[in-house]
Design a protein around this ligand. Structure first.
Ligand code: NDP
Length: 324
């Protein structure tokens, strides 16, 4: 069996947090190894959640906005320019019990890790929550979607639905009105969670109709979505909605399955940071975390990028203190 290669820094994940950490670590001559992940589902891919976004209008430096995938391509190119070693590999297991830390890609059952590192930066992000209804995963990509950017084009002049009442749902619904003839927003309460500015967007968009106090109870179709069944939670009355597209936008879950038993997690699954000095420190010395995997409050590309910068500086200082 091959001896694992030893690295100063391994960065797990390649969203704004991971790639900003890569830029900083590379410019500090640490030659970071970035394990960017692989496309394994519509909500899990290299580049993170911005790969599923349309216009990003609030990332400073882009006064006219920029498409999410284009922004991530620029992050990646910048990290490569300074010597980051970016590999399209998905981490299957980590061992943070003793340094240098073990990181596996591919089979998690082999005893020897694929890589070892003096420090690790975890930036595995978060992913979309799903409704959990029968048919949902089968029809994902066949009418059911979590990504208006990727799939909106296919619904030109169709009637479609979006589930959720937060900023994501409003953003998706608004974007989808560029294509669809009508968008029904299905909201489980009698009010939106979304920010005021986003609520105003819905109120002024004649193509969006809101179904208050409503939930999707059935997703129907053999090979393509044919319709959905919507229930009014106050009257229990059900109606059929002839939607050819259903966009699920009900929030996110941190990607921490890999880290259970290795790092301290909050009850909601997010990583706990700020343990011993730097903002990105975890309960294991030399292991740092940044981005949405440890942030359920802000969850913005710019805050993720900022925390990636902090993680790289924390790792650099820690390595300096350990190894000189
Ligand atoms: P949120 O958690 O803010 O909202 C989730 C929405 O989905 C809520 O309305 C919630 O209802 C609803 N929901 C949750 N589970 C279900 C379910 N099983 N069935 C039906 N409805 C459900 O998530 P978002 O992804 O919208 O936003 C996450 C964060 O990202 C927020 O901080 C947001 O501000 C930010 N964001 C900002 C954007 C921007 O500024 N451009 C764009 C997108 C996101 P309920 O309210 O009843 O809990």
């Amino acid at each position: 069996m091959a001896t694992p290669s030893l690295h100063d820094v391994i960065i797990i994940g390649s969203g704004p947090a991971g790639l900003t950490a890569a830029v900083y670590a590379a410019r500090a001559n640490l030659v970071p190894l970035v394990l960017e992940g692989e496309v394994s589902s519509t909500s899990d891919q290299p580049g993170g959640q911005l790969m599923l976004t349309t216009d990003v209008e609030n990332f400073p430096g882009f006064p006219d906005g920029i498409m999410g995938p284009e922004l991530m391509a620029r992050f990646r190119a910048q990290a490569l320019r300074f010597g980051a070693d970016i590999r399209t590999e998905k981490v299957s297991r980590v061992d943070f019990s003793a340094a240098p830390y073990g990181v596996w890609v591919g089979s998690a059952d082999v005893s020897e890790p694929t890589y070892r590192a003096h420090s690790v930066i975890v930036s595995t992000g978060a992913q979309s929550l799903m409704l959990g209804l029968p048919g949902e995963s089968r029809l994902l990509g066949h009418g059911v979607s979590t990504c208006a950017t990727c799939d909106g084009f296919f619904f030109r002049d169709h009637e479609i639905a979006v589930v959720g009442g937060g900023d994501s749902a409003i953003e998706e619904a608004t974007f989808l009105t560029k294509f669809a003839s009508k968008v029904t927003l299905i909201v489980r309460r009698d009010q939106l969670r979304a920010s005021k500015i986003m609520q105003d967007r819905v109120a002024h968009n004649p193509k969006i109709e809101i179904r208050w106090n409503s939930v999707v109870t059935e997703i129907v179709g053999e090979t393509r979505l044919e319709h959905i069944v919507v229930q009014d939670v106050q009257t229990a009355e059900t109606t059929t909605l002839a939607a050819t597209g259903l966009f699920v936008a009900i929030g996110h879950r941190p990607n921490t399955d890999l880290l259970k038993g290795q790092l301290d997690l909050e009850d909601n699954g997010y990583l706990i940071t700020g343990h011993w000095g730097g903002a990105s420190t975890t309960n294991v010395a030399g292991v740092f975390a940044c981005g949405d995997v440890q942030d359920h409050t802000y969850r913005q590309a710019i805050t993720a990028a900022g925390s990636g910068c902090q993680a790289a500086i924390d790792a650099e200082r820690w390595l300096e203190a350990q190894h000189g």
